[in-house]
Design a binder for this molecule. Structure first.
Ligand SMILES: [Zn+2]
Length: 289
């Protein structure tokens, strides 16, 4: 599959090669639009989410190529499946994504911002370092989504990561469960397996443990921030506890954490932690090898 994708690009010479690149650019543009449109039709993103997805998608497909884009598409599909799995039950817990799990644009930039940035840099300096950073960020996003969505189904109540004797309500930021941890591990390995199949740099079997390590590191970092500095509060209108900046059309009241550190910023920082963990692991293994 990796060879087939590479064959899609660098074939031909001179003008012929130029034409093929041009055709690839146009085809890739329509792939991104088609995937984002499908996401709108499946009600997983809203209108502005569509624009944000197209920007993120174009950055990834032009900067990282079709391989990177497929990895991100797999992350997105996993996220949708995990979110919609037993959605009704999760909604009764109050921890489910609102609006049928539809992602809005801040959510897409939180999950895709770091990966798009790495894709743009990869366009200039392609290689194993950018590949490792990219896979680390995607694995952290995938792990965090699964930890949240699968963790909500845990039969045992989640416990606070900074004080494991303290039981918290499902959906509380900083709350962790074994099931959430298993979900995080599963989806990071799934990202690693796709990366292995497609030959995404740094390539080889190494990408699977790299993704697993980065995914778990990102999810743990996300929970640590969630338990310490992330904003928590309640809605002044309906009085429900919420971590959102706005609820019922009004700004929410902060009770704990820093006012500006909300869930999307925490997600973005967690993808950075995943990328750093992945790069650290790559450097360690290359130093050892
Ligand atoms: Zn409200």
């Amino acid at each position: 599959m990796a060879q087939a994708l590479q064959g899609f690009y660098g074939v031909g010479q001179g003008e012929e090669k130029y034409m093929i690149s041009l055709i690839a650019i146009v085809i890739e543009f329509f792939i991104v639009i088609a995937v984002a449109l499908a996401a709108v039709l499946l009600n997983t993103i809203d209108g502005r989410g569509f624009l944000a997805s197209v920007l993120v998608g174009l950055a990834i497909i032009y900067g990282g190529g079709l391989q990177w884009f497929i990895v991100v598409a797999v992350f997105f599909i996993l996220g949708v499946v995990f979110t919609l799995y037993r959605y009704g039950y999760k909604k009764t817990l109050g921890g489910a994504q609102e609006k049928g799990g539809a992602r809005n644009w801040p959510n897409i930039l939180a999950n895709g911002g770091m990966t798009s940035f790495f894709a743009v840099v990869n366009f200039l300096y392609p290689g194993p370092v950018l590949g490792a950073l990219f896979l680390g960020a995607v694995s952290a996003s995938a792990a965090d989504t699964a930890a949240t969505e699968i963790g909500l189904l845990s039969r045992s109540r989640p416990r606070l990561i900074t004080n494991l004797t303290k039981v918290v309500a499902p959906g509380t930021s900083g709350g962790v469960s074994y099931l959430g941890f298993v979900g995080a591990g599963f989806s990071s390995v799934a990202i690693g397996a796709i990366a292995l199949l497609l030959g995404v740099p740094p390539g080889g079997l190494l990408v699977v443990p790299l993704c697993l390590f980065a995914g778990l590191a990102g999810a743990v970092f996300d929970s640590l921030l969630g338990a310490t500095v992330q904003r928590a509060g309640f809605c002044k209108i309906c009085l429900k506890p919420t971590e959102a900046l706005r609820h019922c059309g009004e700004p929410t009241k902060v009770t704990t954490g820093a006012g500006f550190i909300e869930n999307n910023l925490v997600n973005l920082l967690a993808t950075g932690a995943g990328a750093a963990a992945s790069l650290g692991a790559l450097l360690l293994t290359s130093a050892a090898g």
